[in-house]
Design a protein around this ligand. Structure first.
Ligand code: ADP
Length: 650
């Protein structure tokens, strides 16, 4: 049993938990709705993220291509300017060797190359021209290649005595062709561009070669200090001139055996050690680029740093070299990155603005929906209330109709009851009257019977006495008859001036029986000169009878059974007071005692009509009846208009 109980407890526990774990049907609907919403939002976010990524990537690509293309164009322009400058520079010196070679003094030396005096003169001439032309060196070689005169004669490392027959420019000139060559001076170790021309002796044979060497440091110096890197490579791909010192003598092409052999044959680079500077070319983002390795230590000359460069290059056929202008792509990349970041930020800002707008619109839509719902709700309530009101209204109307009908019915019932009350009063009065009349009648009969007997006996005296009694009884009955006549008057009697003392005396007779029955004493206290009141005598008496009878009922069985009727004049009004010393009217019912059929008396004793009829009678007279708590007892006040003098006269 215990196990079963435990199991059922567990089961109940699970059932209790169910609502907590399992969402209600509609909640499940909400949850799947919110899941769908979240999934949608996640997809939207993913889509927007991808869109932004794609846009940023595309912007980056386009910006990079644009800036690279712009830089490539700049590099191209820079290259053209560089080549123009170089060509101009070289062109200045191109004709110089031939002009000098044609001088007679030099031709004489070619005829007599070992003439020391001529050599001395020519050395001085060379020095003068060299200084004037701002060239590096001017010198003359014999047909065997030995230098016989030079502008640097007498200076350390002078060319005089050196043999340059291995130089191509020497061969070419000796063949009668003006030539050019560039390379590192084997004597000086300085780079230079060599122009040569054949020197003909006085007989017109080519007997010597004149060469002018110009330094390239000056040209290189002009390239430094701007954003471009300028390189000049020889046909073997070796850098001969460079705005980056570390790149100098770098082999941009693989150093094959043939290339090395060709280079060594011309001794272009004398004893200078060459190094590798491989150009890794590529066409990236629509422009020619080259990647150069870093050379030397990074902490050294910053210019030696490698990197990715845009490249513009052109072969200068006359000079026999190729000019390369390199522009670091870092600038373009940086500009592209700035554009990309700007685009990204703009997209984010745009997206934020859109999000804010969407959110605002959603909020506005939500608010409008709430307002619409509230309006609908309000309208619904108003309709409900209106319907309620209409219902209540129709109820009220119905009730009013019913109330009116009831009032009519009540009035009719009241009238009937008043009539019934009157009949009942009449019945009571009839009973009282029959009692009042039957009693004297019976007494008179007794007196008559005994008078008869007395007369038979001849007792005349006592018989006469009896006849006297009979007469007084007849008088009393006549008085009652008078009352009957008064009571039988029509209610629509004319109002007249009523003298209260007489009316009250009559009333005393009417209520005499009732007062005697309860042992009450009626005190009438009227001030002298009290004016008569304006009323109907019968009905006013009916009221007074009512009040005095009620007072008699109230004092029945109490200690003080005095009933006082007093009156006083108050201006144009006369107040009649009927006071008893009974228990009085409790406050709780004081309001209701004038209502028809209100009675506290046991069934059969009271109809509850007396005060109601009295109230109406006094109102008919234009007066009013009120109750006052006299303590002990009750006091009913009748306020009536005092009769006018002409009414009194009538
Ligand atoms: P009824 O006398 O037939 O009861 P009334 O209209 O004359 O009808 O009186 C109504 C009620 O007023 C009485 O039942 C009684 O309770 C109260 N009442 C009238 N007069 C007095 C009085 N003098 N003292 C105390 N109660 C009175």
């Amino acid at each position: 049993m215990e196990g079963a109980g435990g199991a059922s407890g567990e089961y109940a526990f699970q059932i209790d938990l169910c609502p907590a774990i399992m969402p209600a049907e509609e909640d499940r609907g909400d949850i799947s709705l919110s899941l769908r919403f979240h999934r949608k939002a996640a997809f939207a976010a993913l889509g927007i993220g991808l869109g932004i990524g794609l846009a940023v990537w595309q912007a980056d690509r386009l910006a990079l291509r644009y800036y690279l293309a712009t830089d490539a164009a700049r590099a191209e322009t820079a290259m053209r300017l560089t080549i123009n400058a170089l060509e101009g520079d070289l062109a200045r010196y191109e004709v110089v060797p031939q002009l000098l070679a044609d001088l007679d003094a030099i031709r004489h030396l070619a005829s007599e190359p070992d003439n020391a005096q001529r050599r001395g003169q020519i050395d001085a001439l060379m020095l003068a021209r060299n200084t004037m032309l701002q060239s590096s060196d001017i010198y003359i070689m014999r047909a065997d290649g030995e230098t016989v005169a030079a502008s640097n004669q007498g200076q350390p490392g002078t060319f005089v005595g050196q043999n340059f027959r291995y130089r191509p420019y020497f061969h070419d000139a000796l063949q009668g062709h003006p030539a050019r060559f560039y390379g590192v001076g084997t004597t000086s170790g300085l780079r230079g561009y060599f122009f040569s021309a054949p020197v003909r002796d006085m007989q017109g044979r080519i007997a010597a070669v004149l060469a002018v060497k110009i330094g390239v440091d000056r040209i290189e110096a002009a390239w430094r200090g701007n954003e471009y890197r300028v390189l000049v490579t020889d046909p073997e791909g070796i850098v001969f001139m460079s705005s980056v010192p570390h790149w100098l003598y770098g082999a941009t092409l693989p150093r094959t055996a043939e290339r090395v052999a060709r280079t060594e044959a011309s001794r272009r680079y004398a004893d200078v050690a060459l190094h590798d500077l491989p150009f890794q070319r590529a066409q990236i983002d629509g422009v020619a680029q080259v990647h150069l390795p870093a050379i030397g230590r990074a902490s050294g000359d910053g210019a030696a740093a490698g990197g990715q460069f845009l490249i513009a290059e052109q072969v200068m056929d006359e000079a026999g070299w190729t000019v390369h202008v390199l522009l670091d792509t870092a600038g373009a990349r940086m500009q592209a990155r700035v554009v990309t970041i700007t685009v990204f930020l703009l997209l984010c800002a745009g997206l934020s603005a859109v999000a804010v707008l969407v959110q605002r619109r959603a909020r506005i839509a939500e608010r409008l929906a709430i307002e619409a719902r509230a309006r609908d709700e309000l309208e619904r309530r108003v309709e409900e209330r209106t319907a309620d009101l209409a219902r209540v209204n129709s109820h009220l109307e119905q009730e009013i109709v019913e109330r009116r009908a009831t009032e009519v019915e009540l009035r009719r019932a009241q009238a009937n009851l008043v009539q019934v009350g009157k009949l009942a009063a009449l019945g009571q009065m009839s009973a009282a009257l029959s009692h009042e009349i039957n009693q004297p009648l019976a007494a008179a009969r007794n007196y008559a019977d005994s008078a008869d007997v007395l007369l038979e006996r001849g007792d005349i005296g006592r018989a006469r006495q009896n006849i006297g009694h009979i007469l007084s009884l007849i008088d009393r009955m006549a008085a009652i008859g008078r009352h009957l006549r008064n009571a039988g008057r029509k209610p629509n009697e004319q109002l007249a001036a009523i003298q209260l003392p007489a009316l009250l005396e009559e009333t005393r007779i009417i209520v005499g029986g009732r007062l005697a029955a309860v042992g009450a004493r009626l005190e009438i206290d009227l001030p002298p000169g009290l004016p008569p009141v304006r009323a109907g005598a019968t009905r006013l008496q009916q009221v007074l009878v009512n009040l005095i009878t009620n007072a008699a009922d109230a004092v029945e069985g109490t200690e003080d059974r005095r009933i006082t009727v007093s009156a006083s004049q108050q201006g144009e009004r006369v107040v009649i007071r009927v006071r008893d010393r009974g228990p009085g009217v409790p406050g709780a019912i004081a309001e209701r005692i004038f209502d028809p059929f209100f009675t506290t008396k046991p069934a059969g004793n009271g109809l509850g009509l007396g005060l109601s009829i009295s109230y109406n009678i006094i109102r008919d007279f234009g007066g009013q009846i009120t109750l006052r708590d006299a303590h002990p007892g009750a006091e009913f006040n009748l306020t009536l208009a005092a009769a006018r003098p002409h009414e009194v006269a009538a």
